[in-house]
Design a protein around this ligand. Sequence first.
Ligand SMILES: [Zn+2]
Length: 637
Amino acid sequence: MKLTVLLAALAFIACARHPAPEAPRPSILLVTLDTTRADAVRPNIAPNFNAIAKRGLRFTQAYTPVPQTLAAHCSMMTGLYPAGHGVHENGRYLSDRVPLLAEKLKGGGYRTAAFVSAFALARRFGLGRGFDVYDEDFGSDRAERTAKETTDRVLAYLGRPSPQPLFLWVHYYDPHFPYTPPPPFHGYLGEVSFMDQQLGRLVSAFHGAVIIVGDHGEGLGEHGEAQHGDLLYQATMHVPLAIIGPGITPNVTDAPVSTRRVFHTILDWVGLDATHSLRRPEQEVVVGEAMKPFLDYGWQPQVMALEGRLKTISAGKIEVYDVIADPAETHDLSARASLSRPVRAAIQQYPIPSFAPPPTDEESRKQLASLGYVSATTKPIVRKDAPRPADMEHLFPLLDEAAHLFVAERYREVIPLLERILKEDPQNLDSALRLATAYSSLGRDREAVAAFERAQAIDPNSEDVRTYLGLHLAHGKDWQKAIPLLERVVADDPERLPAVEGLATIRERQGRIEDAIRLRQQIYRQRAPTSGELVQLGRMAMAVGQTAAAIDAFEKAHDDHDLELGVLYLAAGRLQEARDALDRVLPSSPDYAMALFKRAQVSVLLHEPDAVAHIDAARQHADATTRELIATERLFR
Ligand SMILES: [Zn+2]
C-alpha cells in the first residue's frame, strides 16, 4: 500500500540535508496574509496581489493544513502537518526539537528577518528560532499592528544593504476580525484592499523571489461560522498562493497543494533540497484538520482530504464535495462518490491529538483573548456521543462569548451562558469546569462544589477537575482536602503551574517554608518570576538560612535590595560584595541604621583602616534595634 501522506510528511526532515549551493542564491520574501480567503483576492479588491501573481505561478487550489494562525504558520515554517509539529491551536508552544526554515537558511549563509503583525505569532510561541531579527513591536498595550506600520518598519530594514542574501518573512494581520480598516475602506474586503496596498509597497521595494500565501480564510457566516478555527469548509481552508522566483514560468494551476510546501519550495530555491518543491508538479492528497472543537469541547475531531476536485471531510460522518463545481459545499456527494484508496488511508490514519500540551501562561492567554483567541484549559477526552461541530454551529457564538467573558473574569455574566451551553451539550467538560471556577471566584461555595461534582462526573480522571477543585478548597482554607488533590496533580504533571502555585501558597501559610521554596523554584524554572515574587522568595530563603538561594533571588529582583544582599553576602563570607552592597544603601532608606551596623561589621572583618569611623557612624545613626546590637557586638570591642 502507498505510504500515507502524513508519514511522508513526518519523514521530510530526515532528507533535508544536502547542501549543494550553486550560483548566486536569491533573496527570498515570504508574505503571509492572515485571514485571507482565496476568493477575497479578486482583481478589484486586491489589484497588487493579482499583478504580482501574474509574474509567477498562481495556485487556484491551495489549502492550509489548519485554520488557525500559529498552527498554520508552524506548518509553513516546518513543512509538516500539525500532527508532525504538534501545534493544533493558538497559544501553544512549538517544540524546540522541530527544525525551522529560518534555522536552515541562516545555517546556509542567509540573513534572516521576520516582521509579524499580531501577538498570536509572538516569538514566545516558538517561531523566532533562526531569525536574526524578529520584529514584534506592536506598541504598548496593543496585540496587533496594521500592514502600514509593519511595512514602514520592513522598508526601514531593507534600507540597510548587505552582501548576504536575505530571507524575509512579513506577516499582515488586517483582515482578521474586527473589520475596521481606515477610510475609505469598509468591512472585511476593505481590510483586504488596505493590506493589498501595503503588499504592493513591500514587493516593489524587494528584489528577489517572492511567495504570497494566506494562512487561512474566514467563515463570514458560511456553514454558520463567523470567523475561523471551528470548521474546515472552503471559506477557511482555501487560501491564495502565488510563487515568483527561479525556475518558475508564469502560469496558473488548479492542482491542489498544501501551503506547508512553502517550506520545501524555499529550500529548493536556496539549493538545500528540492523534494516537494512547488516548482515541480506533484500529485498528492492534501490533508487538513480543525481540532479546536475537539480539543476545547470534546466534539468530533475533523479531518479533510482533497484529491483532484473532490474534498472529503470526516467528522463523525463522511461528507464529499466537488469544490470546483460547488465551492460553497452545499451538495454532499458522499452517497454517490466512493473514496479512493489514498483518500481513505489519509482519513483513517490521520493521528488525532491525544493530549493537550500545557496551556500558555496567564498573560499570554489574556493577550490572545484580546485578539479573539481563547484555547481550552482542559485535556481533550474522546466522547462516545461526541457531536459533530457542523451540527453545533448555533453554539459557536455562545461559546466564543463565554470564553471571552471568562478570560476577562466577568464571572457573574458568564454563568448564565455556561448554563445554557451545558443544557445543550451536557458533556462539555471545559464549560462545566469554567462554571465551577466562576462560582468559586464569586464565593458561591455550594454551587461551586455542585459544578465541580458535575465536571468530575463527565471525566472522573480529569487532572483539570482535580486542579481547580483543589484550588477552590485551598481558597476556602480546607487544606486537608485540598493538599492531597494538588499533591497528586503536581506529582503527575510538574508543569501544571496553577496546581504547583496553589500548593506552594498552602505550604507557605502552613509555615512549611522549605517546601514552599522548593515549589516556587520549580515554578520559576518554567516561567519568569516577577520582581515581587523574587523578593518574596528571597525573604523566605533568608528566613530559613538558605543563603545561596536568597542571594540568587535578590540579585535577580529588579529593585534595589542592597541591605538584604549586604547581609547575605556577609553571611556567605563574600566581604567585598557585602561592602559594596551596603555602601549603596542611601541615608534616606528606612534601613540605613541597620546598613551602617552591618557595614561596620564588614569593615572590621576586612581590617579596613577606617573601621573605627564606621563603628562611630553606626552608633551615631543607631535606632532602637541597632543600638542594642551595637552594644553587644564583640567585633566592635
Ligand atoms: Zn491567522
